[in-house]
Design a protein around this ligand. Structure first.
Ligand code: GMT
Length: 377
């Protein structure tokens, strides 16, 4: 495998796409490739120095004559500069807009012919793709990229349905760093959160956007805690947090719902969890499902988006129809009251990550894509 110089652009703030882009960059660097992140701030998973990893910050100035700061133009200019100065072999951008469009413009500004790989993560298609003012730009970004990947077959199908681009799209699934997400001893962590040893722990992790339907998670837990001594850990923060707190209060379960906010010790928290709930109405993949499964936590998810590509009924968890909190609670109770079933699903979850989503296999897929774009003259 040739060592390559790879530029990566993503949204650096907390979010699945930023996590995948950053972990991919770090692992490529470990394999000896030179990785250049070109982002508006340092990606949150890049908090220290890593060999072979370089960070180029896009400075966006505000001018009183402009109503909006020109991030896209500043990014394209920075991409052009890094392509030329660092002699990049290719760019891998995450999100069709603005990042694919910026990379295309940046490559043109640099007078270069390097390959551009664009990964679609979901929000760029399922949310932005419905906006008629953006649809043509998304199509342009996809069609002018050299290779386009989507994080699930479902997202790929949805992209053809909504945007209908004249471009092949390959599915390359998300992955986790198994060195971080695995079974581990976490000592007294349960106690530190005031959870009794015999209490079951349900967990939900998200950015609390409306599409995550955190209300369904709380409604499911409400039914569960009536029959099984349990606590619900809600991890993350976002626009729906206030409503979630109010709902827990109205249901009289505020003592049983732990609002933990944003956390960076997710793998430890999964290791005290018995069950994960993700009941979103849009979820191109559901990286958090994989993170939980890698720590041996079975998952209950909604039968939408990419979730059916991860959750196998009765093998590593259960799928329910969107909004069916009765069924979600019934499955949860089945798991939490049957240690044998819980153990079997735990094993299934660990095997799923190992056999279908292992980082080594996913990295190889990306490297093969990159190789196919080298030496373009
Ligand atoms: O889920 C979010 O709101 C964040 C979003 C993002 O763009 O970072 O996540 C998307 O990309 C992740 C990584 O590929 C996927 O695992 C998530 O399913 C996807 N989110 C949605 O489709 C809503």
């Amino acid at each position: 495998m040739r060592k390559m110089k790879i530029g990566i652009t993503c949204y650096p703030t907390v979010g699945g796409s930023g996590v995948v882009a950053t972990e991919l960059g770090k692992m490529l660097a470990e394999k000896g490739h030179e990785v250049h992140f070109i982002t508006s701030s340092t990606p949150f998973r890049l908090s220290r120095n890593y060999p072979n990893v370089y960070s180029h910050q896009v400075d966006v100035n505000s001018y009183s004559v402009f109503q909006y700061a020109p991030y896209d133009i500043a990014l394209a200019t920075k991409i052009a500069e890094v392509i030329k100065n660092e002699k990049l072999d290719l760019m891998h951008v995450h999100y069709a807009i603005p990042h694919a469009v910026c990379a295309i413009l940046g490559r043109d500004m640099a007078g270069s012919n390097i390959g551009i790989v664009t990964t679609l993560h979901g929000t760029d298609i399922t949310v932005l793709g419905t906006d008629s003012s953006l649809k043509e730009a998304i199509r342009y970004g996809i069609e002018k990229s050299d290779v386009v990947t989507a994080v699930s077959d479902s997202l790929k199908a949805q992209t053809y349905e909504m945007i209908n681009p004249n471009q092949d799209i390959q599915t390359v699934y998300n992955f986790v760093d198994e060195r971080e997400y695995h079974l581990k001893e976490v000592g007294q962590l349960k106690k530190e959160f005031g959870i009794q040893e015999d209490e079951k722990v349900l967990v939900h992790v998200s950015n609390f956007r409306k599409v995550k339907r955190v209300g369904d998670v709380i409604d499911t837990f409400y039914r569960v805690q009536k029959q099984v001594a349990s606590k619900l850990m809600l991890i993350g923060d976002g626009p729906e947090m206030g409503r979630a707190i109010q709902q827990a209060r109205e249901l009289g379960i505020e003592e049983r719902v732990l609002f933990l906010g944003k956390r960076d010790n997710l793998s430890e928290l999964y290791n005290i969890s018995d069950l994960k709930l993700l009941l979103s109405e849009k979820e191109a993949f559901g990286l958090v499902l994989l993170e939980a499964m890698a720590c041996g936590v079975p998952c209950i998810g909604a039968r939408i988006g990419g979730m059916p590509e991860i959750i196998e009924q009765g093998i590593n968890g259960y799928l329910v129809d969107l909004g069916d909190v009765e069924q979600a609670a019934a499955y949860a109770l089945e798991i939490l009251t049957n240690p044998e079933l819980q153990q079997q699903l735990k094993k299934g979850a660990l095997e799923t990550v190992e056999s279908r989503f292992h980082s080594t296999a996913i990295l190889k897929q990306y490297e093969a894509i990159y190789e196919s774009l080298l030496d373009r003259g």
